[in-house]
Write a protein that binds this ligand. Structure first.
Ligand code: SAH
Ligand code: SF4
Length: 384
């Protein structure tokens, strides 16, 4: 028996092609896509406007399945975090952040990460593997319809959209898993799927310069860049990818991206690390660095984890730093820490079910993945 095809893996064009293979017209693909992505239905028999013969064909050959949920926690502030099983002892996390006028889902693109930033617990796990399209879009599919269920709306019923914004800021570097990430982005934007506007979908990258250019051509969504440092020496030590793509290249890439972006600014994320990157001199240097890149700053108070040896900047320091940037005309926000009672804050997404005994294997994969991109992202730090 041949394996079932997971329809969550297919982008709109591929679904049309698949329906063609089954002898069906293209509009059937649109109907199918709406049942799956707009109504949350995975059982083909419930897709009542499809001919019985098609439903039967699908039931024997296809499936609609997202990664299994290992745990589901809701924080006191309403933030909800799911831990998802992606096989072989690996788990990734998806976090929903409700706000007054929007609901944001933070999704993961890789199990682990090869970039190995000094302040990030995902990086410290090593790299395991790229997520598939179904595993990426499946996070949005699962979360949207779980949230609707919580509101009393069953699959197949029309309901108010719960997730209005998506940020690729969970585990992994999305631009080092390019094709599946772009396919998932296309589904997010497609009118017969989630129909989100490009402005409401943000991809965050540590600065994979060539892939930023590729993204601008293939699917220009809003862009966030994890900056974290005001000069190359400092950034080399915090974000090892900087050794391959230094700040001058990164700033030029941001400017090129903006020619195609849905917003007229890049968001720079800056993790506030006590005594490392948070002085007034750093702020001054930063102002010079970004002087000709239209941008906004988002300061993220560092979320500590034991192996990092780093500390969060004091609140007064973060405010003073923000003040300096604002005074230079840079729109600056300080990110509120949400969901930290359930370990759902930035950089805390570690997949607690990770099998620690296989850490050497993952570190090996991290080195191999770095080699594949011709990069030396620096020292591999082992967790004990
Ligand atoms: N790999 C991508 C996207 C995932 S990380 C990237 O690096 O941009 C999402 C954001 O969380 C990044 O800005 C990252 O620098 C930040 N982050 C990682 N670890 C953190 C920590 N411990 N505390 C605060 N922010 C952290
Ligand atoms: Fe990877 Fe982003 Fe973490 Fe750096 S901050 S290790 S790029 S997930």
């Amino acid at each position: 028996m041949t394996a079932l095809i997971n329809l969550l893996d297919l982008d709109p064009a591929q679904l049309v092609a698949y329906c063609g293979e089954l002898g069906e017209k293209p509009f059937r693909a649109k109907q199918l896509q709406r049942w799956i992505h707009q109504l949350g239905v995975s059982d083909f028999d419930s897709m009542t406007d499809l001919a019985r013969s098609l439903r039967e064909k699908l039931a024997g050959r296809a499936t609609v399945s997202s990664p299994a949920v290992i745990s589901d926690h809701t924080s006191a502030d309403g933030t909800r975090k799911w831990l998802l099983d992606v096989g072989d002892g690996n788990a990734v996390e998806t976090v929903f952040i409700p706000e007054e006028h929007r609901g944001t889902l933070c999704i993961s693109t890789q199990a682990g990460c090869a970039v190995n930033c000094r302040f990030c617990s995902t990086g410290k796990q090593g790299f395991n593997r790229n997520l598939t399209v179904a595993e990426i879009i499946g996070q949005l599919w699962m979360a949207e319809f779980e949230l609707r269920k919580t509101q009393g709306i069953a699959p197949g019923q029309k309901g108010e959209r719960q997730i209005t914004n998506v940020v690729m800021m969970g585990m992994g570097e999305p631009l080092l898993n390019f094709e599946p990430t772009v396919t998932a982005l296309k589904l997010m934007l497609d009118d017969n799927a989630y129909g989100l506007s490009r402005r409401r979908v943000t991809l965050s990258t540590s600065g994979v310069v060539p892939m930023m250019d590729k993204l601008s051509q293939e699917c220009a969504v809003a862009l966030a860049v994890s900056l974290h440092a005001s000069n190359d020496a400092l950034r080399d030590s915090l974000v090892p990818l900087n050794r391959k793509h230094p700040l001058s290249e990164l700033m030029a890439a941001c400017k090129r991206y903006l020619e195609f972006a849905p917003r007229d600014f890049v968001t720079f994320e800056y993790c506030m690390l006590d005594g490392v990157n948070d002085t007034d001199q750093h702020a001054q240097e930063l102002i010079q660095l970004v002087r000709d890149v239209p941008c906004k700053f988002n300061l993220i108070p560092f979320n500590p984890f034991p192996e990092s040896g780093l500390k969060r900047s004091a609140t007064a320091r973060i405010k003073a730093f923000a003040q300096r940037l604002s005074a230079a005309g840079l729109v600056t926000t300080i990110r509120k820490t949400r969901g930290d009672d359930i370990d759902a804050a930035c950089g805390q997404l570690a997949g607690e079910v990770q099998d620690r005994t296989r850490v050497h294997e993952r570190m090996q994969k991290q080195v191999e993945y770095q080699k594949k991109f011709g990069a030396n992202f620096g020292r591999i730090v082992e967790i004990t």
